[in-house]
Design a protein around this ligand. Structure first.
Ligand SMILES: C[S@@+](CC[C@H](N)C(=O)[O-])C[C@H]1O[C@@H](n2cnc3c(N)ncnc32)[C@H](O)[C@@H]1O
Length: 376
């Protein structure tokens, strides 16, 4: 008889990493046996959707080894990205909230001292981790993993390969032992910027490096329009021109062409602050390529994403809903979101997309762990 491997889920948010690892109906899934996050609204969502998983609300720095049950096969950390985000200031992983990674790492070291080290560790983060602090953050993370006896590799995975959302994210994967591995970097998961960052790592880390390989998924056949509420159920803005007027010349052309096409064109848009001629201006940036822009959290100061529908010679505009954002993250329809729209958008905007984690689990994490046999 075999039993499934187990995971700790740190920075768990609404538990999307765990949903991807467990994989509905996936034989080779991994089960979360402990989760932690410090955000009360996300904690409520986690517990409501995963009542059987032990969850600890609080700062990762407040956890002790006694809080962590048994010996996990894997530890997952989606540590906060604000400080290394390409969209934000680059204070670096050692500063502010991103320092939370080291609160997690301290626990990994403690587990190793007790002979309970997980065989696989995954750090999910924004792509900015490759270059923040002139590459020192990425080097610090990979060095810590290599010094702890892991082989280290990373993959850049864009949610757009699975779902209609542009959302590139970095997954640093540390494995004790063997995993599916390529002889060298290969597209699409070993991007040129990852290859460049790897080349800047200290020699000792490059000696421990592995170009983990992962099957490329079949072509996505789902686009943004398929995930949206029906038009008649949506809450359209009374004055769409007030928003559309913020589009700069190139984006205005896109809107005009979509309206002129005569057919139904569905786009996604964000209001962004841009510097033009030395002056800050609000701009609407719109895309009609079947993808939503990367979901963001309202807390990050970003505007909420808009849906722009052009048909019958006009353009209508509305805000993307929390449920639509949940679909863009691959959450099932029965996932219980926080009741407030802003909390639902915060949960989804911060999360990792479920099918991306599932693909990583099926293609790399589960094969690296292998089946676990129960004691007779
Ligand atoms: C990028 S989000 C990860 C979300 C999660 N992977 C998901 O899919 O829903 C980072 C999470 O870390 C949590 N967090 C930030 N600092 C923390 C700390 N010091 N201790 C525990 N959790 C923290 C935040 O509340 C947030 O939910």
């Amino acid at each position: 008889m075999t039993i499934r491997p187990t995971a700790y889920e740190f920075f768990a948010g609404g538990g999307l990493a765990g949903l991807g690892m467990a994989g509905l109906g996936m034989a080779a899934g991994i089960d979360t046996v402990f989760a932690n996050d410090m955000d009360p609204a996300k904690a409520r969502a986690f517990v409501s959707n995963h009542p059987h998983i032990p969850f600890r609300l609080g700062d990762v720095w407040s956890l002790t080894l006694d809080d962590l049950p048994g010996r996990p096969d894997l530890a997952w950390a989606s540590s906060p990205c604000q400080d290394v985000s390409l969209a934000g200031a680059r204070a670096g992983l050692e500063a502010g909230r991103s320092g939370a990674f080291w609160g997690f790492w301290r626990l990994m070291q403690g587990l190793a001292d007790q002979g309970r080290a997980p065989r696989v560790i995954v750090l999910e983060n924004v792509i900015g981790l490759l270059t923040s602090g002139q590459g020192r953050d990425f080097a610090a993370v990979c060095t810590a993993m290599a010094q702890a006896g892991y082989r280290v590799g990373a993959l850049e995975m864009d949610t757009a390969l699975w779902l209609p959302q542009s959302r590139p994210r970095l997954f640093v994967v540390a494995i004790k032992g063997a995993g599916p591995e390529a002889a060298g970097p290969a597209a699409p998961f070993h991007s040129p910027r990852l290859v460049a960052a790897q080349a800047r790592l200290p020699q000792a880390v490059r000696d421990a490096w592995a170009w983990w390989s992962l099957p490329v998924p079949p072509k996505r056949n789902l686009d943004l329009a398929a995930l949206l509420e029906p038009d008649e159920a949506a809450d359209w803005l009374d004055d769409p021109q007030a928003i559309l007027a913020l589009a700069g010349p190139a984006h205005r052309v896109r809107i005009d062409q979509a309206v002129a096409s005569g057919g139904r064109q569905v786009g996604a848009a964000y209001r962004r602050v841009r510097i033009e001629n030395g002056v800050k201006v609000q701009r609407l940036e719109v895309r009609f390529d079947g993808l939503a822009g990367c979901l963001r959290t309202p807390a990050g100061g970003s505007s909420r994403q808009y849906v722009v529908v052009c048909d019958q010679g006009r353009a209508r505009v509305r805000r993307l809903t929390g449920r639509e954002a949940a679909r863009l993250m691959g959450l099932p329809e029965d996932y219980r979101l926080p009741s407030s729209e802003s909390a639902a958008l915060k949960l989804t905007g911060d999360a990792v997309a479920v099918p991306v984690v599932r693909a990583l689990t099926e293609g790399l994490l589960s094969p690296a762990l292998g089946p676990r046999r129960a004691a007779a």
